[in-house]
Design a binder for this molecule. Structure first.
Ligand SMILES: *Cc1c(COP(=O)(O)O)cnc(C)c1O
Length: 335
């Protein structure tokens, strides 16, 4: 038996209701999706109480990030700014777009250094990207901090807040309710985490209308496929599954945090569906723990890819998966 706790997927899997809809819609797969995915756009607009002209949907947040770089920045002229470490896709897509990505280090406790970030912004910065809650730390910025950052940027600079994990922190951490007074803010969200549809590839953004319009003009016409669109519509309607997921994750992250701390591990406080931690001084190192868990069938994330070789990240699982992870970890650490 293999337990995957490495990619922050939904521990409950696919919602049964969504699965039913996808099965029912399989026979429609010979059709092209409706260009512009108008039903999903409308559903998202009404779900969030925003104008439909602000909504963009694509093949995962990945596509949204890629298009934002290409639409917002002229290669060799404009630059983008993010923190270091950051989600691996920002640097690769910036590079593919020929756009310089400037990175401000996070503080040593992995909290956000907004003054440091602002120092990298100049008149050619057209994108600033902040992930909140952040990956891999799990830390979230307050709306006051984010609104202040947006206000301090040059008017032509778009603040993109990647809110992939926002549902696990709570609406009070989102700039959503402030969008009307913040004309240079975009929010990116996804169906990959709380909605349990990572494999269907559905991301969306709530944008200043003019930027949403640009993105729609250049997006490949059918990048969000017909089953993905049906799945997203059903998932959005399934508040029961969403709430069950959030409840499970909140309970699980408290348990993982407390028990890892009891074993002497250093654990960052998480507002997300994963925990970043490291083993205690004098105990086996993170490499050994990672490898020994793997031998026992549990996959967690080594953070070398984030240039954090001394840290690990574990996604919150089901109660049973969390128990097993904790039991093996205790055993390996001899705690
Ligand atoms: C998981 C994750 C996403 C979601 O990406 P999709 O392409 O929508 O699956 C976006 N941003 C961050 C930081 C993530 O960790």
């Amino acid at each position: 038996r293999v337990i995957k706790m490495a990619s922050n997927e939904n521990p409950l899997g696919v919602s049964p209701r969504v699965r039913e809809v996808m099965e029912k819609c399989a026979s429609q797969a010979f059709r092209y999706p409706q260009s512009g995915n108008p039903r999903l756009v409308k559903a998202l607009a009404s779900f969030y109480g925003v104008d439909a002209g602000r909504i963009f949907v694509g093949n995962g947040s990945d596509e949204v990030i890629d298009l934002l770089f290409r639409v917002r920045a002229v290669p060799g002229v404009h630059n983008a700014v993010a923190f270091r470490p950051c989600f691996g896709l920002y640097p690769t897509q910036a590079k593919m777009a020929g756009v310089e990505l400037r990175q401000a280090p996070l503080k040593s406790d992995f909290s956000f250094d907004f003054p440091g970030l602002l120092k990298l912004v100049d008149e050619n910065t057209t994108l600033v990207i902040v992930t909140s809650p952040d990956n891999p730390s799990g830390r979230a910025a307050s709306v006051e901090e984010l609104a202040a950052l947006a206000g301090a940027l040059p008017p032509a600079c778009l603040l993109v807040v990647d809110e992939a994990y926002i549902e696990f922190a709570g609406a009070e951490y989102s700039l959503l309710s402030r969008l009307e007074s913040l004309p240079n803010v975009a929010l990116m969200r996804t169906f990959s985490k709380v909605y349990g549809l990572a494999g269907m590839r559905i991301g969306y953004a709530i944008l200043p209308p003019a930027i949403a319009d640009y993105l729609w003009r250049v997006r490949l016409p059918f990048s969000l496929n017909i089953l993905a669109e049906e799945a997203a519509l059903a998932a959005l309607d399934d508040s029961e599954f969403r709430e069950k997921t959030i409840e499970l994750v909140k309970r699980g992250r408290v348990q993982l945090t407390e028990e890892l701390r009891t074993m002497g591990c250093e654990v960052l406080p998480s507002l997300s569906n994963f925990i970043m931690f490291r083993t205690p001084e004098g105990a086996v190192g993170v490499k050994t723990l990672h490898g020994e868990l793997l031998r026992r069938g549990i996959i967690i994330r080594a953070l070398g890819g984030y240039h954090l070789p001394d840290w690990l990240r574990v996604s919150v699982g089901t109660d049973e998966e969390n128990e097993l992870f904790l039991r093996y970890t205790r055993e390996i650490l001899g705690a």
